[in-house]
Design a protein around this ligand. Structure first.
Ligand SMILES: Cc1cc2nc3c(=O)[nH]c(=O)nc-3n(C[C@H](O)[C@H](O)[C@H](O)COP(=O)(O)OP(=O)(O)OC[C@H]3O[C@@H](n4cnc5c(N)ncnc54)[C@H](O)[C@@H]3O)c2cc1C
Length: 311
């Protein structure tokens, strides 16, 4: 087997993370604090049925409550239940990128601080990632899997076995990571996939973020697309009196940007997840050649959209 490579990104990733890294929950908390006075939040409930009518939409919640709204925005992630209710099953929109991953936390026994470490062999990647300098790090085990393992999606023990079988290596941090993954109580397993839809709205329902156009973490752009999408959708709703026109305008403004960003994940052969010996060698050579982070974002795609000013 081709020898595996450990790429230590301490300096580069550390510099980037020290400036920008926040845990996902921190961002959620910041957004929540920003709107909690003006938005009504209903926790521990979800939409059970939608009844789209000519002049309103009636929502029945799982709790049994019923309410009538002008519109419904589904921002409920890659496996969006709102999308399923309105557009049908996920399969036609699910674009599998040929890999799966498992994420979990584990003790920071290497003392990582605002840095990440990557181990790669072609088609497989292990990562340890410290957003701060606390006692826990985030572990990620990703591996090529051309077909979707439908049989394990609802069986966590089968997920653990599948991931462990993909990482039999007795090297680097792999045995320890696999042992931790097997015992983790916060294991998160999924396919590395995108959502690609011909339309993001139907009737009085529109989708935003991963629910409509998940780009996968191979692009590093999911959060940006979700936030930019929410901004554009809100802006178009504020500047149109008719929701259908606003939904059309949202799609018109955003779709080219989404497509460019989704195309960054070119079937698993990206810098984050090289699938062949050659692409891995190229990726490592490119990393070694970097002596500092580029001053500007490395990819023009990231800033390909000039945000409209809706004021
Ligand atoms: C391992 C990993 C690493 C990533 N790394 C990056 C990165 O470095 N940079 C980046 O930009 N993106 C990254 N992403 C992608 C990023 O997390 C997503 O693109 C982003 O979170 C999408 O935001 P969202 O609000 O659309 O969906 P989500 O963040 O998935 O939020 C959806 C919300 O809907 C809730 N929900 C689901 N179902 C229901 C229901 N029935 N009723 C009520 N609520 C419901 C969920 O609980 C969740 O809170 C990564 C993703 C993964 C998995």
């Amino acid at each position: 087997m081709w020898s595996s490579v450990v790429a230590v990104l301490g300096t580069l990733a550390g510099a980037a993370l020290a400036r920008t890294a926040k845990r996902r929950g921190d961002l959620t908390q910041t957004l929540y604090e920003a709107v909690r006075e003006s938005v009504t939040f209903l926790f521990n409930d979800s939409i059970a049925t939608l009844d789209d009518r000519p002049d309103s939409i009636e929502v029945t919640f799982r709790s049994g409550h019923r309410r009538t709204f002008d519109i419904v925005i589904g921002a409920d992630g890659i496996h969006s239940p709102t999308r399923r209710l309105v557009f049908g099953p996920e399969e036609p929109f699910h674009h599998h990128l040929g890999a799966c991953f498992a994420g979990f936390t584990l003790p920071n026994h290497l003392g990582l601080s605002r840095e990440g470490m990557l181990w790669n062999s072609p088609g497989r990647r292990a990562a340890l990632y410290a957003a701060g300098s606390g006692g826990q790090v985030f572990g990620l085990l990703s591996f090529r899997r051309p077909d979707l393992p439908f049989d394990v999606f609802h069986d966590q023990e089968a997920q653990r076995a599948l991931v462990a079988a993909a990482f039999p290596d007795e090297c680097w941090e792999i045995p320890g990571m696999v042992a931790r993954m097997r015992a983790a109580d916060d294991l998160f397993f999924d396919a590395i996939s995108q959502i690609r839809m011909p339309n993001w709205s139907r009737g009085r329902v529109a989708l935003v973020g991963d629910a409509a156009y998940a780009p996968s973490f191979l692009t590093g752009q999911g959060t940006s697309l979700a936030l930019v999408g929410a901004y554009v959708l809100a802006g178009e709703l504020a500047t149109h009196t008719d929701h259908a026109e606003a939904f059309d305008a949202y799609e018109k403004v955003l779709r080219p940007f989404v497509t460019l960003n989704q195309d960054l994940a070119n079937e698993g052969d990206t810098a984050l997840f090289p699938a062949t010996e050659e692409s891995l060698r190229k990726r490592n050579a490119a990393l070694r050649a970097l002596s500092a982070l580029p001053a500007e974002p490395p990819h023009a795609t990231y800033s390909a959209l000039t945000l409209p000013d809706y004021e």
